[in-house]
Design a protein around this ligand. Structure first.
Ligand code: ADP
Length: 168
């Protein structure tokens, strides 16, 4: 089974990474698909998000990192995936995720969405919470991979002139 894990990953957290790891164990690999949503201005541009994921998953076998625009089901078809993976942290995720899963299935019944429950100790983690903490100078080392922690530090706390890609 080939599994597609779509998301914004803006930025990648240990919650995402945990799902990627578990998908590798369950399915022998996973295609991480980073959404390029022209309607949303991301904190980290697409190239940086792809780089963060590649760096943070370098130790895992079977992780492919791609980007996509448009429908998830089109991306799944183009990449010959069988399953779409999403994560559930709490009941608050459930309603939204169920709606998306039904929508995707109504568009293309060839794809099943499967859900993995977040590890309890990752269930409070979201990209937006991580950014809030980093913005106000809090430590995020226990929330995100090192590459992301460094990028956040540069972005919010250095006071140096950097662009959103963490480059000087
Ligand atoms: P999106 O913008 O598409 O919701 P995200 O990058 O926020 O993308 O999340 C991608 C997927 O990963 C979603 O299914 C989300 O529920 C899941 N996810 C996010 N954070 C966690 C976490 N801490 N633990 C488990 N799953 C998570």
């Amino acid at each position: 089974m080939r599994v597609l894990y779509p998301g914004s990953f803006d930025p990648l957290t240990f919650g995402h990474l945990d799902l990627i790891q578990r998908a590798c164990e369950l399915f022998g690999g996973v295609v991480v698909a980073v959404l390029k949503n022209p309607a949303k201005k991301p904190t980290f541009d697409l190239e940086r998000r792809l780089h963060q994921i590649k760096m943070a998953t370098g130790h895992l076998n079977g992780v492919e990192t791609i980007s996509f625009e448009g429908l998830t089901v089109s991306c799944a078809r183009a990449n010959k995936a069988d399953l779409i993976l999403r994560g559930l942290r709490a009941m608050s995720d459930f309603e939204y995720e169920l709606q998306i899963a039904h929508t995707n299935r109504s568009l293309d019944a060839d794809f099943e969405t499967i859900f993995l429950a977040s590890e309890a100790h990752h269930s409070f983690l979201s990209s937006s919470v991580v950014k809030e903490v980093a913005r106000f100078g809090g430590t995020v080392a226990h929330m995100v991979p090192e590459i992301v922690a460094r990028d956040l530090e540069r972005l919010f706390n250095s006071g140096e002139s950097t662009n959103q890609n963490g480059e000087h």
